[in-house]
Design a protein around this ligand. Structure first.
Ligand SMILES: [Zn+2]
Length: 975
């Protein structure tokens, strides 16, 4: 499954930023439920019986029914073939949820056996279906559990659920599925855990005027039933987990097809989708080929008759789902219109398709045994969605973007003491799950795999993975299966001999079973070349974690005198807290650790090295000697070090001053993320915020000079994407030329002219911000008539930018109108747009909420989302008091949202204090600008003055390391 990312950036954004271009929310209750299931053994099925095959026939009803059939229900008939796994089993337990069981029998050799009960229900909470037999089941015998039942077409985008859309015939109902993690049980009784793999024979009995139904496998046979319905039976699936089963009942058409009978690949969507499925087909075929070559396991041989289909679903809770042979997506993530979808969506379609295609091997063929090792599915899918796509579409820049979109984002979410490990997560509360589970599992997993790839070398890594897949195919896996296969390949290729024959098992466990990640503090004696490297667990607010930890860190480094950023094979593995490394040269020379940010760790240096790096970065020719990814690393590390107070902001901004001549993608995206965080914190004081914005505009000289303000249509892909992000950021920060360009293009768009898709996010937003109520009305009418999902999302993201109060209220009213003006899947994007469009929006939204609180609660169930958003954007004590008073007055009405609001206020107060405490550092830099600091005294280097011995700053760092070491020892003793 693909879920959202960038959410951590979003939380910190002052105004709409690039993060706003990444939707896909997961409802909080989904994570809570997922979490409960994961931790509590009471939710687990016994393994005393196992299924081998399901034969399921479903008859769905929409609104066209006659009593006693109820609309939006379905009839089901299921035969489940099972065997006991041990002697004396007299209870069969499987899952069912929200199904009404009508009849249930169990047979052996076509003879019904005795059952204790004659009525059955899906037990609440654990959703178990318990079938007690009068006699124990016989070993080595196959039983058939036959069930007839009715179910409901759900409305919450889970299970077997209903959705709607409009095509040239008007309004259409449809039904589709989303079963991960545990919703197959809402469609048929089943062993709804990943380790119970079985074969599935699905039949759908559809109304005659519907299109042929779609499922994992192609249709094997069909017949017309006496009631006029068409029964379509699909070929038997491969041996699969229940969460990977899927079916769609709709009026869909094949909108794109490769017409290849040997390797069939088709795109399904509503019939008016035009040619927007072509890109997903083109890139999908390339990716499927690439993955077959990579794994050496052909997809089309996984089982007989298998084909590949992708379908665009109007209402979809996740981003996409890897059902075997039937990948399902939100429309915006698969339907791409080259004229009207921007570059974000071009790459997003490609990499989400890549993610799902990779799952056919990592996830479907070999499945995590339980959800606590979900990273075995998702870490790989996230990894390949970048690096597999990079191999077939290098112009889309996935190697650059992995660093800023995945690695840096996951390190940020991973650097809190409550973070959990990849395996056996030990998160403390359900609420921390929704905040951390997704990013850590997906992005951290992918980042550690990338580090392992470079440790082993590509060939050995691939060899090991092929062993893993072949050993575990059509089965489930635990992490040790992966480690054993990689170790076997490593021994064959002698890939780890240079590291004292460390094993992948030992190395990987230090990354998968521990939470957090290390900071390396590097202190260099420039005179002797001796480098002292200290590792400690990083914590983002204080710099020091309360839970010290050591990792086995494969390191890479290079130096100014012989820069080599391309060899990513680690020079050694650090296992100790403090390690001394010889640079091998004497005299002043910068070093950079973590080449291309290939390792999963952050780096801080002593002052002298930072000064040397800053000078190089500010130099036109020396700057580009440093790899773009390391420039992005420096920007990110510096912002993060400053946030924690390990580096002062004046020093951080001194280093970041090189951005003025920087014009590359990686460093700028890292900078936008960092500046958005800082701007969010400086927003409590408008004059400080203004000075920050002046500095941002000052630093944007190089990048705006290179990119300009207009999409040329012939730009390299990455430039079009970067311009979209940079202009969104600069317009939001009051950049005059950006705003003028936005206004001019907005007016031109209002006059009916075409505006390139890449420009629309900032042209719409800044145009509305500078525009009138009439401008908003025009914009809103265009929105109401828009059919392209990616454009709909872009427009929702811009709608909150209006500064007209009545227009903002029109937008807010639409969010809660209960008429699907904004689909449920887009609601969180809409709220986020409404709150973050302008600084003024928070209080305007609060005033609106006071008058509309009942409608919000009635139509959305809770006011938690707007309340938490308003709380996070209050700027003064007066605003906080006013908001708190309102919360108190309405405590009863607000329910759980009351606590959300109070917690939000606490965080805001803390941030306000933080800002007050750190202001002098910012002001210091704003007053002086860049200062060329002097290198501290280094004997024998010709630098420095009065010959005091030692290297003061380095010495301080060493002292700090020693203090950290003592603290660690003390805490370990206590533990
Ligand atoms: Zn996935």
């Amino acid at each position: 499954m693909v879920i959202r990312w960038f959410t951590f950036i979003l939380g910190a954004a002052l105004l709409q930023s690039l993060s706003a271009l990444s939707p896909v929310p997961i409802p909080e209750d989904e994570w809570t439920e997922y979490w409960r299931m994961l931790r509590d053994p009471a939710y687990r099925l016994p393994t005393t019986t196992r299924p081998s095959r399901y034969v399921v026939s479903l008859t769905p009803y929409f609104n066209n029914v006659t009593p006693p059939i109820e609309p939006f229900t379905f009839d089901g008939v299921a035969s489940i073939y099972i065997r006991p796994t041990q002697a004396n089993v007299n209870e069969i337990v499987m899952h069912c949820n929200d199904l009404r069981i009508q009849t249930l029998t169990v047979s052996l050799n076509n003879q019904q056996i005795g059952l204790v009960n004659d009525t059955y229900e899906c037990e609440p909470v654990y959703s178990f279906l318990r079938i007690r037999t009068t006699e124990p089941l016989q070993m080595d015998s196959e039983y058939v559990v036959s069930v007839t039942y009715t179910g409901r077409l759900q409305t919450n985008m889970r299970g077997f659920y209903r959705s709607w859309y409009r095509d040239s015939s008007g309004f259409r109902w449809m039904a589709t599925t989303q079963f991960q993690p545990g919703h197959a049980r809402e469609a048929f009784p089943c062993y709804d855990e990943p380790s119970f793999k079985a074969l599935f024979d699905i039949t759908i009995n559809r109304e005659a005027d519907f299109s042929p139904s779609i499922s994992n496998m192609p249709i094997r046979s069909n017949e017309t039933l006496s009631n006029g319905r068409i029964a379509e039976t699909f070929y038997t699936t491969p041996l699969t987990s229940s969460y990977l089963v899927a079916f769609i009942v709709s009026h869909y058409r094949q909108v794109s097809t490769n017409n290849n009978i040997n390797r069939p690949f088709d795109i399904y969507a509503r019939e008016n989708a035009g040619r927007t499925g072509d890109w997903a087909l083109e890139i999908g075929e390339l990716l499927l080929d690439a993955m077959e070559n990579y794994t050496n396991i052909p997809y089309y041989n996984m089982t007989e008759n298998i084909n590949m289909k992708q379908a665009a679903i109007p209402d979809f809770s996740a981003g996409a789902m890897e059902n075997w042979g039937l990948l399902t997506y939100r429309e915006a993530f698969i339907l791409y219109d080259p004229q009207n979808s921007n570059n974000f969506y071009r790459q997003r379609v490609a990499n989400i398709v890549s993610h799902e295609v990779a799952h056919m091997w990592f996830g479907n063929l070999v499945t995590c045994a339980w959800w606590d090792n979900l990273w075995l599915n998702e870490g790989f899918a996230r990894f390949y969605q970048y690096y597999l796509t990079q191999s077939v579409a290098p112009e889309l820049g996935y190697d650059i973007r992995f660093i800023v979109e995945q690695l840096q984002t996951s390190m940020l979410s991973d650097s809190v003491d409550s973070a959990h490990a990849l395996t056996n997560p030990a998160v403390n509360s359900p609420s921390s799950v929704s905040a951390h589970f997704s990013t850590i599992t997906y992005a951290r997993g992918a980042s550690v795999l990338r580090m392992t790839q470079h440790l082993l070398g590509e060939e050995t890594f691939v060899k090991g993975l092929r062993k893993y897949l072949n050993n575990r195919k059509f089965d489930v896996a635990e992490p040790n299966h992966l480690f054993e296969a990689l170790d076997e390949a490593a021994v064959e290729d002698q890939a780890l001999t240079q590291y004292n024959n460390i094993t992948i098992d030992a190395y990987f466990r230090s990354w998968s079973e521990k939470a957090g990640h290390p900071l390396l503090t590097v202190s260099i004696n420039q005179a002797t070349g001796e480098m002292i490297v200290t590792q400690s667990r990083w914590e983002r607010d204080t710099g020091v974690s309360s839970f010290p930890s050591l990792w086995e860190i494969p390191i890479t480094w290079t130096r100014a005198g012989a820069p080599d950023f391309n060899n990513l094979k680690p020079s050694q593995i650090l296992t100790e807290q403090v390690t001394t490394i010889q640079r091998g040269t004497q005299g002043l020379e910068w070093v950079i650790f973590n080449k291309q940010e290939s390792g999963y760790y952050k780096v801080n240096y002593d002052q002298n090295n930072w000064i040397l790096l800053t000078r190089a970065l500010r130099h036109y020719t020396q700057r580009i000697i440093i790899h773009e990814l390391n420039r992005a690393q420096i920007v990110d590390d510096v912002f993060v070090l400053a946030r924690a107070g390990v580096m002062t902001y004046d020093r951080a901004f001194n280093i970041l001053s090189f951005l003025k001549i920087e014009d590359a993608y990686g460093p700028w995206i890292a900078a936008i993320t960092g500046f958005n965080f800082v701007a969010g914190r400086l927003a409590y004081n408008s004059s400080n915020l203004q000075r920050l914005q002046d500095e941002i505009i000052n630093l944007s000289t190089g990048i705006t000079q290179r990119l300009g303000y207009t999409d040329s249509g012939s730009d390299p892909f990455m430039d079009g994407l970067l311009r979209m992000y940079v202009m969104t950021f600069l317009c939001n920060n009051g950049h005059t030329e950006c705003m003028a360009a936005a206004k001019q293009n907005f007016d031109s768009w209002r006059s009916g002219n075409f505006v390139p898709a890449n420009m629309r996010p900032w042209v719409y937003c800044s145009g509305l911000r500078q525009g009138t109520a009439e401008d908003f009305d025009y914009f809103w009418n265009r929105f109401l008539n828009e059919e392209l999902a990616s454009e709909i999302v872009v427009m929702i993201q811009a709608a909150g930018c209006t500064l007209n109060q009545a227009s903002l209220e029109r937008f807010l009213n639409a969010i809660v109108d209960g008429n699907n003006t904004i689909r449920p899947q887009d609601l969180s994007t809409a709220w986020s747009s409404a709150i973050s469009g302008n600084e003024e929006n928070a209080m305007r939204m609060f005033n609106w909420l006071r008058s509309n609180i009942n409608q919000v609660i009635n139509n959305l169930g809770s006011a938690a989302t707007p309340i938490s958003q308003i709380a996070s954007r209050l700027r003064t004590e007066a605003q906080i008091s006013e908001f708190q008073a309102w919360l108190d007055q309405n405590q009863q009405l607000l329910g759980a949202a009351y606590n959300t609001g109070i917690q939000g206020i606490t965080t805001t107060r803390r941030n306000l204090e933080w800002a007050q405490g750190r202001t002098t550092e910012f002001v210091k830099y704003f007053d002086t600008g860049y200062l060329d600091e002097e290198i501290e005294d280094i004997p024998g280097t010709g630098e420095g003055g009065d010959g005091e011995d030692g290297v003061p700053d380095s010495a301080n760092i060493i002292n700090l390391s020693i203090i950290a070491l003592i603290t660690t020892v003390a805490i370990n003793l206590i533990a």
